[in-house]
Ligand binder design. Structure first.
Ligand code: ATP
Ligand code: MG
Length: 415
């Protein structure tokens, strides 16, 4: 029997539930990660106690009740938020998205049977040990993503599981078992019923996986089902280049999406516009959409230590750093020597932080002259903004010092 490390608050929650006569286990991702020897990023708990009973067990603790209708109570123990959910079985899925009803269950095995993949369908408690009715541990060992039960039915119940299979395959580096693979390819059209936000979250997770390149390469048809705008890209020579760039990108989602979408629409000559359409169709945040589109728009900009300050004027510090990393990813994906790319990237990042550290001028607010100075020099209306922006660029290029007198005389000379 395996012994699993549990943080003290998690252990305490399990014992308190058990002391009150309930069954309680940690479940899902944290058990899988432990079996794989990875540190879990959170611990979900499942229990035979219904929410009212949980509230009694944790009376006096801070609780958050947002999920209570679905049987979930969040309890804060020693500052650690713990999601505790009553064993459930889903009712029939009538629409391929939501169970028509949720029924509480008595046994942990029932709860495990509604979960998506064998590796995610294990529970553990110090008292009962590992509960693994579907061979999750063996699939962890073999490295396989396999549906719990009949794959075809499980994807028909909830088509999001198709993308979840791809995400876990990319993230864990496990290939998808044959029947599960066949069923997900056959069922991909059902993804059209799934909300764009849920699709977006799984795709972002997939892109951040260590084997995103392999998975995307193996399932272009599934990707095109949810992102039809990528049809032409997947047929072009740029597809594999994009996927290699994803592999060499930092985990940051803006970087990953930018690498992935950087070549889409190039045949039509409007790459950033199509990328924007794709991201907006996924209802991505403005931060994500604008961030990725900006990187794609500037992906071919000159990147040298002495042009960085000008780049800061054009895109700001956050995008500048991401652009340096996108460039590195693209160079590596084209087979450039790792050592050369690493050194160049290092140099650019050092230059960037030194510019920021010494408060180098890249915004109008930092410029030694302002609108009033321009007006006093005789400029009016839009000419004022134009002059300030022109001065800012010249300062950033090192052509003018950021000093009031020098800037004013440049304006007077009609710079
Ligand atoms: P991660 O480390 O990425 O959070 P996770 O396994 O915790 O991995 P979640 O998406 O947080 O993944 O889901 C938690 C658990 O809930 C899963 O392990 C799985 O058992 C179950 N689950 C989540 N979504 C579904 C679904 N659509 N169908 C069936 N089971 C699901
Ligand atoms: Mg999770």
């Amino acid at each position: 029997m395996m012994d699993m490390f549990l943080p003290a608050p998690v252990k305490a929650a399990l014992s308190r539930l058990e002391a009150a006569g309930h069954d309680a286990f940690v479940v899902g991702g944290c058990v899988r990660d432990q079996v794989l020897g990875v540190t879990p990023h959170d611990y979900d708990i499942c229990t035979s106690a219904v929410p009212q009973e949980m509230q009694r067990v944790f009376a006096g603790e801070r609780t958050i009740e947002t999920g209570i209708r679905h049987g979930t109570l969040t309890v804060l123990l020693s500052g650690m938020p713990l999601e505790i959910t009553t064993f459930r079985v889903d009712g029939e899925y009538l629409d391929g998205r939501h169970p028509a009803s949720v029924r509480f269950a008595r046994q942990v095995e029932e709860d495990l049977s509604r979960r998506d993949f064998t590796v995610n369908a294990m529970a553990y408690s110090p008292r009962a040990g590992l509960v693994d009715p579907f061979g999750g541990r063996q699939d962890c060992r073999a490295g396989l993503i396999r549906c719990v039960g009949k794959a075809e039915e499980r994807f028909r119940e909830d088509a999001l599981r198709i993308l979840r299979a791809l995400r876990f395959s990319a993230r864990l580096g496990f290939p998808i078992e044959r029947d599960t693979d066949r069923a997900l390819r056959a069922g991909k059209e059902q993804l059209k019923k799934i909300s764009r936000e849920r699709i977006a979250a799984e795709l972002t997770g997939l892109l951040q996986g260590k084997e995103a390149e392999r998975v995307l390469k193996a399932y272009p048809d599934v990707i095109v089902t949810v992102l039809p705008e990528l049809g032409a890209l997947t047929q072009s020579g740029q597809w594999h280049a994009s996927l290699r760039a994803v592999r060499f990108s930092p985990l940051d989602p803006v970087n990953r999406w930018a690498a992935f979408l950087q070549h889409c629409g190039t045949e039509e000559g409007n790459s950033p516009a199509l990328a924007e359409t794709v991201l907006k169709s996924l209802k991505m945040s403005a931060k994500m959409t604008d961030g990725a589109v900006r990187l794609i728009s500037w992906k071919d900009a000159a990147l040298k230590p002495d042009t960085l300050q000008e780049l800061l004027v054009r895109v700001g510090p956050d995008a500048a750093e991401k652009l340096i990393r996108l460039r590195a990813a693209n160079r590596l994906s084209q087979g450039e020597r790792e050592e050369t790319v690493r050194q160049d990237t290092q140099r650019l990042l050092e230059q960037l932080s030194s510019l920021l550290a010494r408060n180098a001028c890249f915004t109008l607010a930092q410029l030694a002259v302002n609108g009033r100075d321009m007006a006093a020099a005789g400029l009016k209306g839009p000419a004022i903004g134009q002059a300030l922006n022109g001065l800012l660029l010249r300062v950033a290029r090192g052509e003018l010092p950021n000093e009031k007198e020098a800037l004013l005389s440049a304006v007077r000379a009609g710079f």
